[in-house]
Write a protein that binds this ligand. Sequence first.
Ligand SMILES: *Cc1c(COP(=O)(O)O)cnc(C)c1O
Length: 430
Amino acid sequence: MPEPLSPAELIALDRAHVWHPYGPMPGRADPLVVESASGVRLRTAGPVHGRRELIDGMSSWWSAIHGYNHPVLNEAVRGQLDRMSHVMFGGLTHEPAVRLAATLVEITPAPLRHVFLSDSGSVSVEVAVKMCLQYWRSLGRPAKQRLLTWRGGYHGDTWQPMAVCDPDGGMHQLWSGVLPRQIFADAPPAGFEEPYADHLRELIGRHARELAAVIVEPVVQGAGGMRFHSPGYLRVLREACDEHGVLLVFDEIATGFGRTGTLFASEHAGVSPDVLCLGKALTGGYLTMAATLCTSGVADGISRGEVPVLAHGPTFMGNPLAAAAANASIGLLLGQDWAREIKRLESGLRTGLAAAEGIPGVADVRVLGGIGVVQLDHRVDVAAATEAAVRAGVWLRPFRDLVYVMPPYVMEDEDLARVCEGVCAAARAG
Ligand SMILES: *Cc1c(COP(=O)(O)O)cnc(C)c1O
């Protein structure tokens, strides 16, 4: 084993060589060094804030729903590691992946029957788009190759997903003229408004001839602005898509596995999509894996085409370690009264974040399931807000005008109250 790096050495090397998400090179802000994590706590060391234990309000970008270093998840991965960590998925198969696919079909809305496993959420969206475009090509309708979404969304950082991210908050300006130009409806209002429903119907009808699919995040728009909307709009989309012959894709990478209070957010509307993307909490935050599910109608359509296969196959498709973690994570989730835990988080967040309403500069406070959002009337000073949260013993990662929390489901009430105090401290400082 090499000598461990001191926190100062580590930061110096990090600055020199390592790119961080949406970061400049070289980096301008020093990240915190995490030495270990267990339960809902991150243990940090380092020149900036020293040795600390921070309560994690982020679930590592909404994925670590059972907390860190969980004995059941550890055991599942360890057991799989002793059998095999990976084999190619072309021409081979294995129990962890097959079991996972069957489970996903069982727990998602009924018409979804087929599962494509990939390595990350963005890739699962690429696969979803490819499925939809190929479906229409196979049916002899190659003109149907555009996508429609609403503003304020986020679907990932690779090419097709970027093109359906919010055109103002996303990277559209940088990439104008290069990204495929998709069709944008206005951002969905929080409550159900008939004129907005008409706006959706009108756009889908007007563009039906060139539209392959509508893609949206149901009920909660995550990284595009943490906005909530009426589930009624999902019924409007389903009806309009059926009427005009357009596929419907739900991106539940952020909302899946209980976060909004139902196992999948589409259940708030009682609507099922033709294609569904899952990721983030799929493996309980242990390993990178995502899934694209589709109906038999979509799969049959593709199979009738001139090229009757889905032309996609990542090297690490169906990775057994990730699949084992996912199986264990879903088992843990469904083996408990998860809906009650989300309700408990929801009421803790409502109580704890009520204090934020009186803070100068706070424009809105909203809570849904295990999601708490404090929106400011200005851009957050991320460094100052992070610093204030860390001083309060809490890890948060604000963005744009938003200080928000997505706690691990296992967070106890006392820790949740402290996280809410951290959010208020960050909102005051930021
Ligand atoms: C995070 C996210 C993605 C992208 O997933 P990655 O694993 O980061 O590629 C796509 N859609 C939604 C809704 C997300 O929240």
